[in-house]
Design a protein around this ligand. Structure first.
Ligand code: 5CA
Length: 448
């Protein structure tokens, strides 16, 4: 993409109403624009990152055998009356009436709708286990939408739903989700710690939230610092292997880590004092096992193979896809702007032409651009007639992890400069060496 043809409305001024750094940077980098309180338009740069995050979520869900589908945003109130949640959900649910006077709602979550689909088609244990998921917009009429995409009213969520014959099978689905989440967040350059939490309006006793530690996080958390040394890394997982998934759950949840709702001071004080931490965190996902809470009232039963019919055991598992943009920026930025991890960057690298209009640098940039595209990489070429300082500032603000600078002196020697956004270190090399280096870097990311 050539910047002169792109739509990147960066802001010079720091928006006064944005309280946290990720919100400020998303506005300044022209990624989002507020449409109304807690509701945002995704401008091209923000939309690109959102799609990258979705892609990683899809890949990791499908790797574990979970099946993608899509349910609507508007739901009929009748199903929610059947489960008993229509009244319980309270003012966070946006209720609407259609022209026929039928009660509808903008879905805050999808347990009822998916259970209705399940009961309509599945009636035998032979069709289990089954895990379906979608990535869809949700609406929660939050009393205080704030911090940009962190606490929106409209937000994008990945929600999966497992259907199993027994509690044991459903717990395997729970553990399997935990494993997929560890991998998913690491691919986005995040450390997200599973913590014991409260289940709120979704229900059930078994639940973990995934928290990214950040001073601006809305959740208060307590944990054993030893947990931050764990990393999922490059493990080969058999998602059908009950023992393997269970072992990973134990490895990642055996240390004390809880949100304030379930915090237990006595248990916390058993951790050696030097490892006790209280901090703030951003909740980027939550997994639940709630048994037959929805299958029973909605009559989602299966033949159990022994002549009886039993309600299925279920769980639901969410990832805050749009919130993740904010979380990643909170975890990865400096005073100049965003620093995207390679896994989610909107463009693989920037190209800065230091002397636009000069035949030599223009031609070198055009060649470099084609060479990168030929290798499947997507560069953002700043071909505007701007000062070098302004071009660097824009690149630093939007946070592409790599920048290639092309200037007249370098071009004479057949050299360009490759700069890491994270370390600020630059290296002079030939254009083809720069392309090869980036190919290697992004191949390693793709394999992750
Ligand atoms: N049905 C379950 C799991 S699918 C559910 O709704 N879980 S949840 O309430 O925990 O939401 C899942 C994730 O969505 C949260 O962990 C959080 O990352 C994200 N989320 C929740 N509310 C908001 C919000 N107002 N703005 C942005 N993201 C949100």
């Amino acid at each position: 993409m050539r910047l002169s043809r792109y739509f990147l409305p960066v802001l010079k001024e720091t928006p006064a109403d944005a309280q946290i750094v990720s919100h400020r940077l998303m506005l300044r980098a022209g990624m989002i624009r507020q449409a109304s309180a807690g509701i945002y338009s995704w401008l091209p740069l923000g939309y690109k990152v959102l799609r990258k995050i979705e892609q990683i979520v899809h890949e990791e869900q499908q790797r574990a055998g979970h099946i993608p589908m899509l349910m609507p945003t508007l739901q009929s109130a009748d199903l929610w009356r059947e489960s008993g949640r229509y009244d319980d959900y309270g003012e966070e649910m946006l209720r609407v009436t259609d022209r026929h006077g039928r009660d509808m709602l903008y879905g805050p979550t999808n347990e009822e709708l998916i259970t209705d689909i399940f009961r309509s088609y599945v009636s035998s244990y032979k069709d289990l286990p089954l895990t379906l998921y979608h990535i869809q917009w949700k609406f929660r009429d939050e009393i205080r939408p704030r911090f940009g995409v962190m606490r929106g009213r409209e937000f994008l969520m990945k929600d999966s739903y497992n259907f199993d014959l027994t509690k044991e099978d459903a717990m395997h689905a729970y553990n399997r989700h935990l494993v997929t989440y560890l991998r998913t967040y690491e691919r986005m350059g995040l450390q997200a710690i599973p913590m014991r939490a409260d289940s709120g309006p979704i229900g059930g006793d078994n639940t973990h939230e995934f928290l990214v530690l950040a001073d601006t996080g809305e959740s208060e958390v307590f944990y054993d610092s030893a947990i931050t040394e764990l990393s999922f890394g490059d493990r080969n997982i058999d998602y059908d292997d009950v023992g393997q998934c269970q072992a990973i759950l134990e490895e990642f949840t055996s240390r004390y880590a809880r949100t304030d709702e379930t915090h237990d001071e006595a248990a916390f004080n058993e951790i050696p004092a030097e490892r006790r931490r209280s901090a703030r965190g951003i909740e980027v996902g939550q997994i639940f096992y709630f048994g037959t809470k929805y299958s029973e009232p909605l009559g989602a039963t299966v033949d159990d193979g022994q002549g009886g019919r039993v309600p299925v055991h279920m769980g639901s598992h969410g990832i805050g896809v749009s919130r993740l943009l904010g979380a990643i920026i909170e975890a990865s930025h400096d005073d100049k702007g965003i620093i995207w991890p390679e896994g989610v960057t909107p463009f693989h690298c920037g190209i800065v032409n230091l002397r636009q209009g000069d035949a030599g640098t223009d031609a070198a940039c055009a060649d470099l651009y084609s060479a990168l595209v030929a290798k499947g990489l997507e560069p953002l070429y700043d071909d505007r007639d701007e000062r070098a300082g302004a071009k660097f500032a824009t690149m630093d603000l939007i946070g592409l992890p790599w920048r290639i600078t092309v200037g007249p002196r370098g071009v004479e020697k057949g050299m360009v400069e490759l700069t890491s956004r994270r370390t600020g270190e630059s290296e002079e090399m030939s254009p083809s060496a720069a392309v090869e280096r980036l190919v290697e870097i992004y191949e390693a990311v793709r394999e992750a």
